[in-house]
Design a protein around this ligand. Structure first.
Ligand SMILES: Nc1ncnc2c1ncn2[C@@H]1O[C@H](COP(=O)(O)OP(=O)(O)OP(=O)(O)O)[C@@H](O)[C@H]1O
Length: 724
C-alpha cells in the first residue's frame, strides 16, 4: 500500500493515514499555540492590544444568559481609564478582536507584572467566544459556567482584559475523527470509505449522461444553467460514491451546487452541506433561502451572517413553537441571575446558585430535545466542516455530503463531515491556493514534528501566513482530499465547469491555456467588457479601454528591499518591534509602490470608483507601504493574493515586488498563487513587475512574461516621472 497522504494511484492504508494526519495536526496546533504564547509572554498588554490580539482596561458591565444557556458577559471600557468622562458613552480603543474569536477574559495584570503564561491565563480567567463587537462594548459567551465570574472579575472593581487564543476546537474535532478512522475494522468500512481510500473503485457512471433517458429528462429549476454546469449536475446525481466538480475562477460553482441541492431534494435525499469557512456555508444558505428549502444552519450565531440567522439552529430553538418552553426557562434563569446581586448574604447566594444549577440542567435537556427534533426534521443541514462534528449531528445520517471549497479544506477537516454519509460531492479548484498551513518560523524548540521550509517557494514570509509545510513521511497537510482523490481515481470522477462569468477574454486567456487545458470560455456578457463600459461616467483613456496592461520595470531601477534584519534568534525576535515581527522576512518595493499609486490615480481621474479597484500583492511589507492609499482613496481594497482568493473586482492591479540580479522570485514561483492573482479582475488587469527577474523564476513565469509582452499594453516606466 502507498505511504499515506502521498499523491498516488495506490490504495491507502487507512490506519497509517490517520496516524500521519494525527501527527501533522498535533504539530500544526502546537505551532499555533506556541505563536500565541510567544506573543503573550513577551509583550505588555498594551503592545498586545496594538498587535490586535487583546483588549485592555475593561470592566464587566452586565451578565446575562445567551444562546445555549451560556453566560454572556458584556465588557466595556473602564471609566477610570477611559478618555471620555462618562463611562456610558465611552468607546473602546482600536483593537483587532472580531466576532467569533476565541478569547480568555481574565483579571488584568498590574502594569509591572511581566511574566505571563497563556496556561496561567486560562486557569485564572474564563474562556469563551466573542459574540458581538460594538464601538463601546464587546460581549463574550463563556464556554463553562462560571458563577463567580461577575463577582470575581467585574464586581470587585477588578479590571479585566481579553486575549485572543488559538482555536483548538477545530483540532479536537479533526483528531476525534482521525482516531475513529484509525480504529475502524475492515468490516466497518463502507463502500464509500473504501472508494475514498482506493480500496475499491468507484461504481461506473453511464458515459453519456445526456443520452441516458433517466438523466436527460431532468427538469431544471434554473434552465439558464450552461451545458458544463448541467453535465456536472447530472454526473453528481448519477455517481454512487464520489463526484468532483472542478470550478475554475468565475465559473458558477456555487450556482451549480444550489441547483444540485434542489435536484437532490426532489429525489428525496437528505443532504449535509459543508464548507471550510462560515462564509462559504452562509453563501449557500443565502442562495438556497429564496427556494424555501427546509434547512437548518448549525454554528454559533455570533459567527453567522445576519441574513442567515433565521435558519440558524440556535435561533430556531428560541423562536420555533417547540422553543417556547426553552425560552421560558431562560427568562427564569435571567431573573435568578439578576437576584444574585441583591442577595443579603452568602447563604442566600448559595441557595440561588443551587436553583440556577437545576434550571440550567432543565434548560439543557429541553434545548437538546428541541435541537434534535429540528435537525431530524431538516432535509438539508448546513455547517462548517468542523461544525459537522458537533453534538447536534452525533446520531444523524445523510445520503450525501456536499463540500464546497473542498480544495481549501484540510483533508482531516473533510472527514469530520464525511463519516456521516454514503456519498460525497466535492466542489473546488485545486489549481488555486490550498488551505493555509500556519506555523512558527519552524524554529520553535518545542515543536516535535519536522517542519521544513519549502525551498522551491522561497524563504520569505508571504502576506497572510508563514509559508512552511509540516511534513511527515513525505505527507503534508497541504495535500487536500480533492488532490488525493484526483490522483487516486483520475479525471473520470471529475467534471469541469468551463464557462466563466467574470473576466474579459484577454484576462482569461493565459490562465485558461496554461492551467485549464484551454477549455475556459468567456460568457458573452463578459468577454469584451471594458472599464469604459461601466454603468457610470468613465472617460475613454488608454487605461479604461485596455483590459490587460503590463508595466515592466526591468532595467534595475526598481529594486526590491528585504525587510529582514538577518537576526532571527528568538531573543532578537522577541525584542523586535511587533510590527516588524508581523511582517517577518517580507519583501517590498518602494518604486513599484509609486507606480501602483500613479496607476490608481489615473484610474480614479478617469472616473473609476475606488471601490471598484483592488491592489493585490503576495508580500505583507508591500501592503504596509501601500496602506496610505486607503486614506487618499477611501473604498479602494488592498489585499494579499492569498486573502483575495474567492473575490473579484472590476480593476485589479497586481504588484509583483521581486526585482533582483539573481532572478529570485520566492512565492511567485507558486503557480496557484499567480493563478489567484491574475483571475480576480473582471474588466482590467494591470501587472507591475520586473520581467527580467520574474521570467527567470520558472517556466510558467517565463511563459507568462512572454505572453504579457506579446498581448498586453506594454509600458516601460520612467523613474524620473515618479513622484512618491
Ligand atoms: N449559467 C449561468 N448563467 C449566467 N450567469 C451565471 C451562470 N452561472 C453562474 N453565473 C454567474 O457567475 C457568477 C459567479 O457564480 P458563483 O458565485 O456561483 O461562482 P463561483 O464559481 O462559486 O465563484 P468562484 O468562481 O469565485 O468560485 C455569478 O454572478 C453568477 O450569477
Amino acid at each position: 500500500m502507498a505511504p499515506p497522504g502521498l499523491n498516488s494511484k495506490d490504495p491507502v492504508d487507512i490506519p497509517a493515514f490517520a496516524q500521519t494526519q494525527l501527527a501533522l495536526l498535533a504539530a500544526e496546533l502546537e505551532a499555533e499555540i506556541a505563536e500565541t504564547s510567544t506573543l503573550v509572554g513577551a509583550h505588555s498588554p498594551t503592545a498586545l492590544q496594538r498587535a490586535g490580539v487583546a483588549v485592555t482596561n475593561l470592566v464587566v458591565n452586565a451578565q446575562r444568559t445567551g444562546f445555549g444557556g451560556k453566560t454572556v458577559l458584556e465588557l466595556g471600557p473602564d471609566a477610570a481609564t477611559s478618555s471620555s468622562s462618562s463611562s456610558s458613552g465611552a468607546e473602546l480603543p482600536e483593537h483587532g478582536i472580531r466576532t467569533g474569536d476565541i478569547v480568555i477574559v481574565a483579571e488584568q495584570p498590574a502594569g509591572s507584572a511581566k511574566k505571563r503564561e497563556v496556561r496561567e491565563l486560562e486557569r485564572k480567567g474564563a474562556k469563551g467566544v466573542v459574540t458581538r463587537v460594538a464601538r463601546g462594548w464587546i460581549s463574550v459567551a463563556l464556554d463553562e459556567e462560571r458563577e463567580d465570574i461577575a463577582g470575581g472579575l467585574g464586581g470587585g472593581n477588578g479590571r479585566v482584559w481579553i486575549v485572543k487564543l488559538a482555536d483548538d476546537v477545530t483540532y479536537k474535532r479533526m483528531n476525534g475523527t482521525m482516531g475513529k478512522l484509525q480504529r475502524m475494522s475492515e468490516a466497518e468500512l463502507s463502500v464509500f470509505i473504501r472508494v475514498l481510500f482506493g480500496l475499491s473503485s468507484p461504481s461506473p457512471v453511464p458515459a453519456d449522461l445526456v443520452a441516458d433517458p433517466e438523466w436527460a429528462g431532468i427538469e431544471w429549476v434554473d434552465p439558464s444553467l450552461n451545458e458544463s454546469q448541467k453535465d456536472a449536475i447530472r454526473f453528481a446525481l448519477a455517481s454512487s460514491e464520489i463526484a468532483l466538480i472542478h470550478g475554475p475562477p468565475g465559473t458558477g460553482k456555487t450556482h451549480t451546487l444550489i441547483e444540485l441541492i434542489l435536484q437532490m431534494l426532489k429525489r428525496g435525499l437528505r443532504i449535509l452541506v459543508c464548507g471550510p469557512s462560515n462564509i462559504s456555508v452562509d453563501n449557500i444558505v443565502e442562495r438556497l433561502s429564496p427556494h424555501k428549502v427546509p434547512m437548518v444552519r448549525l454554528g454559533h450565531p455570533a459567527r453567522l451572517l445576519p441574513s442567515v440567522l433565521n435558519h440558524s439552529l440556535d435561533v430556531l430553538t428560541q423562536t420555533s413553537e417547540a422553543g417556547a418552553i426553552v425560552k421560558d426557562v431562560r427568562a427564569e434563569m435571567d431573573a435568578k441571575q439578576a437576584s444574585v446581586r441583591k442577595a443579603r448574604n452568602a447563604k442566600d447566594r448559595r441557595v440561588i446558585y443551587g436553583e440556577l444549577k437545576e434550571l440550567r440542567k432543565e434548560y439543557r435537556e429541553r434545548e437538546r430535545k428541541c435541537v434534535s427534533n429540528l435537525v431530524a426534521g431538516s432535509k438539508v443541514v448546513l455547517a462548517t466542516l468542523h461544525g459537522a462534528g458537533g453534538f447536534q449531528l452525533r446520531n444523524e445520517a445523510f445520503d450525501v455530503v456536499i463540500i464546497d471549497e473542498a480544495s481549501q479544506a484540510l483533508e482531516a477537516q473533510c472527514w469530520v463531515a464525511l463519516l456521516s454519509a454514503k456519498k460525497a460531492v466535492c466542489a473546488g479548484d485545486h489549481l488555486q491556493l490550498p488551505p493555509t498551513i500556519k506555523s512558527l518560523n519552524s524554529k520553535s524548540s518545542t515543536s516535535k514534528a519536522k517542519w521544513s521550509k519549502n525551498k522551491a517557494e522561497g524563504e520569505e514570509e508571504e502576506a497572510g501566513a508563514v509559508k512552511t509545510k509540516g511534513k511527515e513521511n513525505g505527507a503534508t497537510l497541504e495535500t487536500t482530499l480533492f488532490d488525493r482523490l484526483l490522483a487516486l481515481h483520475g479525471p473520470a470522477i471529475k467534471r469541469m465547469l468551463t464557462t466563466q462569468y467574470r473576466m474579459h477574454e484577454k484576462i482569461m486567456r493565459f490562465p485558461s491555456d496554461e492551467l485549464y487545458d484551454a477549455k475556459l470560455v468567456a460568457a458573452e456578457a463578459v468577454k469584451d467588457r471594458l472599464l469604459r463600459d461601466l454603468p457610470y461616467d468613465v472617460e475613454t483613456t488608454d487605461d479604461t479601454t485596455e483590459p490587460l496592461i503590463f508595466i515592466d520595470t526591468q532595467g534595475g531601477d526598481f529594486p526590491e528591499r528585504n525587510e529582514d534584519d538577518d537576526d532571527n534568534s528568538s531573543a532578537a525576535a522577541a525584542k523586535k518591534p511587533m510590527r516588524g515581527r508581523l511582517h517577518g522576512e517580507s519583501k517590498s518595493n518602494e518604486m513599484e509602490a509609486a507606480l501602483v499609486r500613479q496607476h490608481v490615480r489615473a484610474l480614479v481621474e478617469a472616473g473609476i470608483r475606488p471601490e471598484d479597484i483592488a491592489v493585490v500583492t503576495p508580500y505583507n511589507a508591500q501592503l504596509a507601504i501601500l496602506a496610505p492609499l486607503k486614506e487618499t482613496f477611501p473604498g479602494i481594497e488592498l489585499g494579499s493574493v492569498d486573502g483575495f482568493q474567492g473575490r473579484e473586482k472590476e480593476a485589479v492591479i497586481v504588484s509583483l515586488v521581486r526585482s533582483n540580479a539573481d532572478g529570485e522570485v520566492g512565492f511567485l514561483g507558486e503557480k496557484r498563487r499567480l493563478n489567484v492573482a491574475m483571475t480576480r479582475p473582471k474588466r482590467s488587469l494591470t501587472v507591475i513587475g520586473d520581467s527580467e527577474t520574474v521570467k527567470r523564476g520558472s517556466k510558467f513565469l517565463s511563459r507568462w512574461m512572454s505572453f504579457l509582452e506579446d498581448n498586453a499594453d506594454l509600458r516601460y516606466p520612467d523613474v524620473s516621472s515618479l513622484t512618491s
